[in-house]
Design a protein. Sequence first.
Length: 346
Amino acid sequence: MRLCTASRTVPRTWTVELRPQRCGPELVCPRCRPVTASAKGGATARSAVLAHLARHARLDALPVHLRTCQCHERGCRWHPRHRGCSGPIVLALAREQGGRLWRLADVCTACAGATKHAAIVPEPQLAAAPSSHKAEQPTRSGTEDPSARIHVRDMLSYLAVALPSPTGPQARLLALQCALRADDRGRTQLPPGLLRGMHLHDEDMWWHELEQAHWLHRPPPSSADRATAQLLDATLLSPRPGRRGRARAADWALRTANAPALRNQGSGLQLAAVTLAVHVSPGTTSGTADAGQVARSCGLTGGQLITALKQLATTGVLTAWTLDATMDDLAWQTISRVAAHQTTQQ
């Protein structure tokens, strides 16, 4: 008697196409018949696409140990050739055809980094998962919460896709703080001290930039001591556990961007320093990442990224860096925290 060993496989690739229509772009999903929705406006349509893809990922949930690189399953046709599949399986969001086609898929870390116009996004939650008591405990003074880097890294990767490519570094740093500090309804409040630290207390143009991208909306001010905004991206409105952990991540990003060597530098270098820092393992001073992914997270071109790396080396944030142009692999060495502290005391 022959035993059936085939198991139900859950396809972990979802695509959505935006088809132009007179009344606005139509959202078309091959798995949903008929057309699932009609979205008006480019930014509103993008938000609808992200929400639809996130819903599929939640409904087609699969344990991590059963997930495979979907890019490899299709012969790695989504990116140029590289060294091969490696690293943990992640969810990667990619856009093609100038934003008319969007894809969310399980891929390995190496393939995610090699795919153009793609970013690793946080796993959508089915519900607010019960938070770990240990994870929610405050960290001891002088120690760093390793999950802070992960939260910031995932959010930077998400913003690389969610925000229009021309979005400036100051607006991206503002969006990072808003996203990490938002509550479950997408409402965020930034105190004046934080805004002064980001040099935003008397500048409205960065808020306007995010409003023009339809990423957030600022209601009429009801309090003079806090800046309030409502996030409009439906992806950020899904239940997300660990709000206190995300708040600690926001503080970590703010401290990293305002390190002594960066306080008198522009927001472009500050964002680049934060992006590089999230790829450095805790307890070490070296990091590696895909150069294209780093550039997209910073809103920079390849040439602008090289210029930023040279400036970070000049300021002492980096002690060394190398770029493999063939594989687009970026490696760097940062100054240790102990050495940085001693430098500021001299």
